[in-house]
Design a protein around this ligand. Structure first.
Ligand code: ATP
Ligand code: MG
Length: 349
């Protein structure tokens, strides 16, 4: 589902790469194109049309480009492109959002932090995506004591906490066996429950070293010494904020993938960046974040870790060759277009 803005350009390159890696690995894929976001609104009158819903429901994995653009800002809320994204997330119950923040050594100078603080950075934020304050009832804007009052509710059920905690522990088991759960248990009852349930799930994973941190401290620690973290697990809103902060530590929004998974292993894979209308159609977009999202797809939905590693190695090789799209360009490097980067990745594979 290419979507809007630079979506179609980066997805086209990522699909070239996927087809090559599938060919190498003897992986048989049936690929369908789907409409989402503004593109779907233009063609079918809705950002998440029924036909797309049906495609999504029968897919093992979905690759999404990006949605949104200035031409859609005047649409009513329910027809905006972003609603397409919320629609597919809740429809498929994609409750676990995985956002790795990895600093490629070749791009160390792009970080906002000192090289010694970020070199070798490789952390994973596991964010709960379908519950918490963004979705809980009651919510609204109403009249109270003679003035307007806006409110939301930050609620989680035990089972919602349990399943996201399990994703966090399982991810930690596959990595360095350290999990930091982020909450605000000193102030919020919902966090008190969160902490209790995470502790309980932790008993199933005695090998994982579990720690807890208040979200304000976690924000500070992320920019002070991010390498102290391996896997972080947190609620929807805290994860939204912390993962954007973590992304900037790596300096390059064009390099960062994400996965959103449900309990059946079906996943939606997309770059963390948006539709970048300022550079759309100019061949300037970096397709790496989308390509790395495919690596996550191979790992989490298609059970081909071998091919995921191969793809990630190809990304490293192309960076070693000095090829750069404008967002990561620097002294002595060779500037390439979106398509040039896709071609180089295929060649590296
Ligand atoms: P959204 O609300 O959809 O997340 P946004 O307003 O946060 O969008 P982006 O679309 O992510 O913004 O773009 C932010 C900046 O990063 C823009 O200047 C854009 O050109 C740049 N950018 C985003 N993605 C890429 C990419 N893949 N390659 C190069 N530059 C990018
Ligand atoms: Mg954004």
């Amino acid at each position: 589902m290419p979507g809007d803005g630079i979506g179609p350009e980066i997805v086209a390159e990522a699909l070239k790469v996927l087809e090559r890696v599938a060919e190498i690995g003897g992986l048989e894929l049936e690929i369908e194109q789907g409409l989402i976001g503004g593109a779907a609104h233009d063609a079918a009158g809705h950002p998440y049309p029924e036909a797309t819903r049906e495609q999504a429901r029968r897919a093992d994995a979905i690759l999404l480009g990006a949605v949104g653009g200035p031409q859609y800002e005047s649409l009513e809320r329910d027809l905006r492109p972003e609603r397409g994204l919320l629609g597919i997330r809740s429809d498929l119950e994609l409750f676990a959002n995985l956002r790795p923040a990895i600093l490629y050594p070749q791009l160390a100078s792009a970080s906002t932090l000192k090289p010694e603080v970020v070199s070798g950075l490789d952390l994973l934020i596991v964010r709960e995506l379908t519950g918490g304050i963004y979705f809980s009832q009651p919510r609204g804007i109403e009249q109270r004591d003679g003035q307007r009052y806006g409110y939301n509710t930050a609620g989680y059920t035990e089972s919602e906490i349990e399943r996201i905690a399990r994703v966090g522990f399982e991810a930690a088991m596959k990595r360095n066996k350290r999990l930091c759960s982020v909450d605000k248990a000193n102030v919020l009852e919902v966090s008190e429950l969160w902490r209790e349930v995470v502790e309980r799930v932790g008993q199933e994973f005695p090998e994982v070293e579990l720690s807890h941190m208040y979200v304000d401290n976690a924000a500070m620690q992320l920019v002070r010494d991010p390498k102290q973290f391996d896997v972080m697990v947190t609620s929807n809103m805290f994860g939204d904020i912390l993962s954007d902060a973590a992304a900037m530590l790596t300096g390059s929004i064009g390099m960062l993938p994400s996965a959103s998974l449900n309990s059946e292993g079906v996943g939606l894979y997309e770059p963390i960046h948006g539709s970048a209308p300022d550079i759309a159609g100019q061949g300037k977009a970096n397709p790496m974040a989308t390509v790395l999202s495919i690596a996550m797809m191979l790992r989490h939905s298609l059970n081909r870790n071998d091919l995921a590693e191969r793809l990630e190695a190809a990304v490293g090789r192309v960076l070693d060759q000095g090829l750069r799209t404008p967002d990561i360009h620097g002294d002595g490097m060779q500037l390439v277009s979106t398509q040039g980067m896709g071609d180089a990745l295929v060649a590296a594979l």
